[in-house]
Write a protein that binds this ligand. Structure first.
Ligand code: DAT
Ligand code: MG
Length: 149
């Protein structure tokens, strides 16, 4: 089964949207296999967003992600990487479709509530960056046969 890394950013935590956001992925049928509330170090933030280090918004992005607690998660499911990106919506909440997390709750690109890995390679490296093996819990939901044919 595929796994992806998702993180509710400091704005999502401050706005008390943690339950609402987790509910959407649970309701969709994905399985939570890693979860922690944490403060993000500058080192972790710069590593996580390393691909953007030459962008003009990089400093602000690192400042933002380290500004308050984040909920780091790993979710499992068939096709979960691409599907979670659809549940999340477009990077700029003003362009995100209603029904998506960013479309329903966001109004600014710098406050877009949640991160999601964008491809299998980034999912793998982000999971390894944020979680140790011991923090990931492999389990089989008993309702699996009602979610997958
Ligand atoms: P995504 O989070 O949808 O994967 P991304 O990887 O392109 O988007 O960018 C990472 C984050 O950086 C994004 O969630 C918000 C911020 N960001 C991206 N483009 C930006 C811009 N033009 N101005 C300000 N912040 C931006
Ligand atoms: Mg990205």
């Amino acid at each position: 089964m595929e796994r992806t890394f998702l993180a509710i950013k400091p704005d999502g935590v401050q706005r008390k949207l943690v339950g609402e956001i987790i509910r959407r992925f649970e309701a969709k049928g994905f399985t939570l296999v890693g979860l922690k509330l944490m403060n993000v170090s500058r080192e972790l933030a710069e590593s996580h967003y390393g691909v953007h280090k030459d962008k003009p918004f990089f400093a602000g992005l690192v400042e933002f992600i380290t500004s308050g607690p984040v909920v780091a998660m790993v979710w499992e499911g068939d096709g979960v990487i691409a599907a979670a990106r659809k549940v999340i919506g477009a990077t700029n909440p003003l362009n995100a479709e209603p029904g998506t997390i960013r479309g329903d709750f966001g109004a600014n690109i710098g406050r877009n509530l949640i991160h999601g890995s964008d491809a299998p390679e980034t999912a793998q490296s982000e999971i390894a960056l944020w979680f140790s093996d011991a923090e990931l819990v492999a389990w089989q939901p008993t309702i699996m046969s009602w979610i997958y044919e």
